[in-house]
Design a protein around this ligand. Structure first.
Ligand SMILES: [Zn+2]
Length: 283
């Protein structure tokens, strides 16, 4: 495959399943929806929309295209100040601020309509008995799905962006966690901890420290932060030398599915250009 081009799979068939989550900041203070019925009790667009996400992504119902590469700006740059990792009640949300040079993290290229500014990333995980990913790729649901949420640069806020069909771009990255029992890594306590943290958020005692003294150097390091915020609305600070680029380092960024869809939690606005990477990260 040429490195000059992305392989893009545009979905021709939309098959709505159930909700995913994008935190626009509106739900910070009051929980007024939940996943008790997997979104079947959500009203409005969530029920009546025509481009609802997530969907099942299959090669069979996709069109294969070659496009310019995705262009990532400042993803490997350090932040200007520590970032907040927060338990929002729905997910763990990592606020993406400006770099130490006061610049935004931006993505453009491929079939994106413009430049999109990174706002936050969050996780979707399951339990010991169910996978957590939102999108299904060629029949497979992975353990964890990361969403990196961006707003188009011509809109000033997330609240403004979600009102427009081209308002948001979300990068979706799957994570596959080989079961340590299957892989034979019985003695790898670190591996076992990551697996446990991601599937249940751990039964470890909540940490009280508010600052991380070590900079996460890998996805594994980053995921090990999650037990610090087990409590509702708890936060921890992440060292500014962390980069969002640690997610991209091992990612096959030339293969992805692209489609127009929606926020996956109420109010389910259809304002998202989804870029769903086909190959998972293995941690
Ligand atoms: Zn999400």
């Amino acid at each position: 495959m040429s490195n000059l081009f992305c392989q893009l799979w545009i979905l021709l068939l939309f098959a709505s399943t159930h909700g995913v989550h994008i935190d626009t900041g509106r739900n910070t203070h009051m929980v007024h929806w939940n996943h008790d019925q997997n979104g079947r009790d959500w009203e409005g667009l969530c029920r009546t929309g025509k481009s609802q996400s997530p969907i099942e992504l299959t090669k069979r119902f996709s069109e294969h295209k070659r496009l310019p590469n995705l262009n990532f700006q400042n993803y490997f740059e350090h932040f200007g100040k520590p970032s907040v990792l927060k338990n929002t009640g729905y997910t763990c949300s990592f606020k993406i601020g400006k770099t130490r040079f006061s610049e935004n993290l931006e993505v453009s290229g491929a079939d994106l309509k413009g430049t999109y500014i990174a706002e936050e990333l969050h996780f979707h995980w399951g339990s010991m008995v169910s996978k957590g990913a939102e999108h299904i790729i060629n029949g497979r649901r992975y353990d964890v799905e990361i969403h990196v949420v961006h707003r188009r640069s011509i809109y000033n806020t997330m609240q403004e962006a979600i009102l427009h069909p081209d308002g948001l771009a979300v990068l979706a990255i799957m994570i596959h966690i080989p079961d340590y029992r299957e892989s034979g890594n019985y003695t790898d306590a670190r591996h076992r901890d990551i697996h446990r943290n991601l599937t249940t958020l751990g039964d470890l005692a909540p940490h009280s420290h508010k600052r991380l003294h070590q900079t996460p150097q890998s996805m594994e390091d980053f995921l090990m932060l999650l037990p610090r915020i087990q409590e509702y609305h708890s936060t921890t600070l992440v060292h500014p030398a962390v980069t969002v680029g640690i997610i991209l380092k091992k990612l096959e960024i030339h293969n992805f599915y692209s489609y127009h869809g929606s926020l996956t939690t109420p109010d389910c606005q259809e304002s998202v250009h989804w870029i769903v990477f086909r190959e998972p990260l293995i941690v």
